[in-house]
Design a protein around this ligand. Structure first.
Ligand SMILES: NC(=O)c1ccc[n+]([C@@H]2O[C@H](COP(=O)([O-])OP(=O)(O)OC[C@H]3O[C@@H](n4cnc5c(N)ncnc54)[C@H](O)[C@@H]3O)[C@@H](O)[C@H]2O)c1
Length: 337
């Protein structure tokens, strides 16, 4: 077993856009060394480095060249969705540990290729579903383990306007984003619902572009009914056509009869507030604050050479649910595990 004792990891990051700042912040907070950045627009990488007080960091425009010249221990992948699979595989094939932003992949073929590369590799793969580190989501999971959820629904109502979709060429495109609100914004919440209910057997979904016609070629709105293994139904509504960014709501009823409403900033049981917090953490509030905790935990697993729980198989679950919803077109579709 290869154990990287307490030595500082040499970490590289690819894709120096919006989310990369959260990763760099977390890598530095974990006391690790950033050894290279990569972006086809090097000025973005330079700007990101400076914003974290980093100077003299080598900047590459070619990902493979960066991996081969720098040989980092770990690479963080923060690029558009269609690049996650090829970039993850390229690093795993070289024995470099990967922390990949969501979504892990945008097709079943990409998933299969990643899972095969993960099996062959000596390196670990972690997928960035940071909401699983939110205290209220953990509380929800903990309760659901002793008091089984029997019904539920979740709402993700956010506002993404034409300026947002125009802010990067890959946004809103089938080829590069792979889908819309489900695979980009609502994926975290669907992942949490799957985590507490278990992997569903089937979905019936209506997925449409209702309010962003002419701006994007992917869905802005989705309504899904998921069927659990034991006949349990739960509903999922998501849209980027909200009039504002509303708090994500997960509502569950448990076998004991308790009603739970879980949001990142508040947790209620039978309408009584069990915990409420100001939403003043470091994260843009719709993302939650879990990046730091997830990244520190991933590094600890790499250090101890232990399998990481949010691995390829775990990241694949929500992708398979979303791909099934895309196939549904109003019909009941089975979800393959
Ligand atoms: N976990 C979360 O809460 C969260 C939040 C926001 C974004 N994300 C995810 O992070 C990823 C990036 O999103 P973003 O909002 O930062 O996008 P962005 O467009 O701001 O950044 C993407 C960056 O990748 C670069 N890039 C494109 N092609 C590249 C290539 N071939 N090699 C290297 N770099 C390349 C672009 O130049 C850009 O700087 C997406 O997968 C997104 O879904 C996750």
């Amino acid at each position: 077993m290869r154990m990287i004792e307490n030595r500082v990891f040499r970490v590289a990051l690819v894709g120096c856009g919006v989310i990369s700042g959260k990763h760099l912040e977390a890598i530095l907070a974990a006391g690790q060394k950033i050894v290279a950045l990569c972006d086809p627009e090097p000025e973005k990488a330079n700007k990101r480095a400076l914003s974290q007080g980093l100077t003299d960091i080598p900047v590459f425009t070619d990902y493979e060249k960066m991996l081969d010249e720098v040989r980092p221990d770990i690479v963080h992948i923060c690029t558009p969705h269609d690049l996650h699979a090829p970039m993850t595989i390229t690093a795993l094939d070289r024995g470099i540990h990967v922390l990949c932003e969501k979504p892990l992949a945008i097709s079943e073929e990409q998933l299969q290729a990643i899972l095969a590369a993960e099996r062959k590799s000596s390196a670990l793969l972690g997928v960035c579903h940071q909401n699983r580190y939110e205290p209220n989501m953990r509380k929800l999971k903990e309760m659901s383990e002793t008091d089984c959820p029997v019904a539920g629904y979740a709402n993700v109502v956010w506002k993404r306007d034409a300026a947002y979709y125009a802010s990067a060429a890959w946004r809103g495109t089938k080829a590069h984003e792979g889908g819309g609100v489900l695979i980009n914004q609502a994926i975290h919440t669907m992942d949490i619902m799957q985590w507490v209910f278990g992997m569903p057997e089937a979905v019936t979904a209506r997925v449409s572009n209702d309010f962003h016609q002419g701006e994007i070629e992917v869905e802005d709105t989705a309504i899904c009914t998921f069927e659990g293994k034991n006949g349990i139904l739960w509903q999922f509504f998501a849209t980027t056509a909200g009039s504002d960014d509303f708090p994500v709501q997960l509502n569950l009823s448990l076998a004991s009869g308790k009603l739970i409403e879980a949001m990142n900033h508040q947790f209620t049981v039978d309408h009584r507030v069990l915990s409420g917090e100001d939403d003043t953490g470091s994260g843009k509030w719709v993302w939650g604050n879990g990046h730091k905790a997830l990244i520190a935990d991933f590094y600890q697993h790499v250090r101890e050479n232990r399998p990481f729980w949010l691995n390829g198989a775990e990241g694949a679950k929500v992708i398979r649910m979303i791909l099934a919803a895309y196939r549904s077109n109003g019909a009941r579709v089975r979800i393959e595990e």
